[in-house]
Design a protein around this ligand. Structure first.
Ligand code: FAD
Ligand code: NAD
Length: 474
């Protein structure tokens, strides 16, 4: 070490890298954070979580005004000023990423705009961008890799400005008349919802028999019902196998069941078929860092790689590829480097799909339990019986608990409904604290709230829900 402070290099300033850099600085390390963007934020803030949620907020507003007629409220059809909307969305991103730049400075984290490549286990070369362009060699005691992921591409699709990935779709350059979304996962459904609200005729094709294959079917059903009204079509068990430009659009060949047309034409195509770790061209071959078969970096409980001075976190270090998992790992790696005891051992990582209704789950899902042959009990509280959901005109929801019948511990929580993404936090805390169904039932929840449905689902387990005529799930 050059002085008594550990020199830490963090490569990648996303929700894994920037919290890791800031915490390492708080813990007394001398930290350099390198990212290709002008400020920290990564994919999540610049091209992912934040711009997509800003636009989903707009989509929800649009749908709510359209549906307000049922409540006796009339609004004129909305006008959409796309330039203003785009500027607002970019402003949200700029505010948050600019804020992170300032916070980094306050923490005395040195931010370098550029692209880093490892030279060996203790040094990297940065090709700097921006004002101080040129090369800089950076020596470190420990490094944290947090370079994230990139979209999976379908090799048979031609390069075309009419075929988008999520980054292109989030630019909001235009609202196409028709949009084909390839992939009925997180991105396909979130961005499909946005463009449908803005006025595109959206068709979703999903290769597997189900939308959101990782989520429980009874949760997805509620979303699918609503999507069926908002989207032009949803085709499951369907794949795109060919595409070619056709005027200012794209003609595609689809293979599936019950397709009205095998070679339909769309103005634009959004491909959202998953993401893969960004672990190439990082100079890993100059170190002992190992990758698994899918390109994820192998790490231990401290997120240390096979090269003891190098750690890896976030999307590049394994599933789930979610921002909050990256942030959690960043904390572990920074603590480990600073010599504090830390291990990555979460009991539950929440997953939230920010559609309308939202779907959220944590811990064991019902379908996982089935696949693993585990004996579990499921307690469901339908939102048709929720007072709060009824006051909002949004009974399309369900809260379910996956319970171990041996000791009545909660093993998993699943929610579909408005605000499910906020509600899941209670479930995650319950799972982390090893709560039992009784704990959930005996915790007083405010009335009338959607969160009461968590308590009521526990009451369903014991057969005591005051709002349902039902038998115990035990
Ligand atoms: P990233 O956020 O990918 O950041 C990596 C950074 O490293 C980038 O800035 C990149 O430029 C930089 N970098 C790469 N290579 C180098 C190099 N050699 N030198 C210097 N810098 C480099 N997750 C959620 O939890 N909630 C959501 O709502 C959500 N919505 C999403 C919506 C979309 C459209 C997308 C695409 C993703 C979404 N995600 C969401 C996933 C989330 O964005 C990722 O899980 C998260 O960003 C991963 O964080 P990370 O720190 O691993 O990497
Ligand atoms: P995804 O894995 O969520 O969904 C991809 C879908 O595409 C799957 O359902 C898959 O079966 C389908 N598919 C694959 N190949 C296909 C093909 N040839 N034709 C038709 N369908 C095909 O991936 P994504 O939507 O691209 O998102 C990538 C990742 O980003 C997510 O897995 C998630 O980790 C993260 N993300 C999270 C959020 C959030 O937390 N709200 C939002 C967006 C993205």
């Amino acid at each position: 070490m050059s002085n008594d402070k550990k020199r830490v290099l963090v490569i990648g300033g996303g929700p894994g890298g920037y919290p890791a850099a800031f915490l390492a600085a708080d813990l007394g390390c001398e930290v350099t954070l390198v990212d290709q963007k002008v400020n920290p934020g990564g994919v999540c803030l610049f091209q992912g979580c934040i711009p997509s949620k800003a636009l989903l907020h707009v989509a929800r507003l649009l749908h709510e005004t359209r549906e307000a007629g049922a409540l006796g409220l009339g609004f004129a059809p909305p006008t959409i000023d796309l330039d203003k909307l785009r500027a607002w969305k970019d402003g949200v991103v700029g505010k948050l990423t600019g804020g992170l730049g300032l916070v980094g400075k306050q923490r005395k984290v040195r931010f370098v705009e550029g692209r880093a490549r490892l030279l060996d286990a203790h040094s990297a070369m940065v090709a700097k961008a921006g004002d101080g362009a040129g090369e800089e060699r950076i020596e470190f005691d420990d490094a944290i890799l947090a370079t994230g992921s990139m979209p999976v591409t379908l090799p048979f699709l031609p390069p075309s400005p009419r075929i988008w990935d999520s980054t292109k779709a989030l630019e909001l350059a235009e609202v196409p008349g028709s949009l084909l979304v390839v992939g009925g996962g997180y991105i396909g459904l979130e961005l499909g919802t946005v463009y449908a609200a803005l006025g595109s005729k959206v068709t979703v094709v999903e290769a597997t028999p189900y939308l959101l294959p990782g989520a429980d079917r009874d949760l997805v059903t509620h979303l699918q019902k609503r999507l069926a009204k908002q989207l032009a079509a949803i085709h499951v068990s369907t794949k795109i196998v060919e595409a070619r430009e056709d005027g200012d659009g794209v003609r595609v060949k689809l293979v599936g069941i019950d397709l009205p047309e095998l070679e339909p034409r769309f103005d634009r195509v959004l491909v959202a078929v998953g993401r893969r770790p960004l672990s190439k061209d990082l100079g890993l071959e100059n170190t002992k860092v190992k990758l698994d078969a899918r390109g994820f970096v192998d790490v231990d409980a401290q997120r240390r790689t096979a090269e003891p001075s190098i750690y890896a976190i976030g999307d590049m270090a394994g599933e789930p590829m979610l921002a909050h998992k990256a942030t959690y790992e960043g904390r572990i790696a920074a603590q480990a480097i600073a010599g504090h005891p830390a291990a990555y051992e979460p009991r539950a990582i929440p997953a939230v799909v920010f559609t309308d209704p939202e779907i959220a789950w944590a811990g064991l899902t019902e379908s996982q339990a089935k696949t693993e042959g585990r004996d579990v009990r499921i307690a469901r509280f339908p939102w048709s019986a929720s007072g709060r959901a009824t006051t909002m005109g949004r009974n399309d929801g369900l809260t379910k608990l996956v319970i171990d019948p041996q000791d009545e511990r909660l093993l998993g929580v699943g929610i579909v409904g408005v605000g499910a993404g906020e509600m899941i936090a209670e479930g995650v805390l319950a799972l982390e604290m090893g709560a039992r169904a009784t704990d959930m039932m005996l915790t007083i929840h405010a009335h009338p709230t959607l969160s009461e449905t968590m308590m009521e689902a526990a009451e369903v387990y014991f057969g005591h829900s005051p709002h349902l005529g039902q038998k115990p799930a035990r």
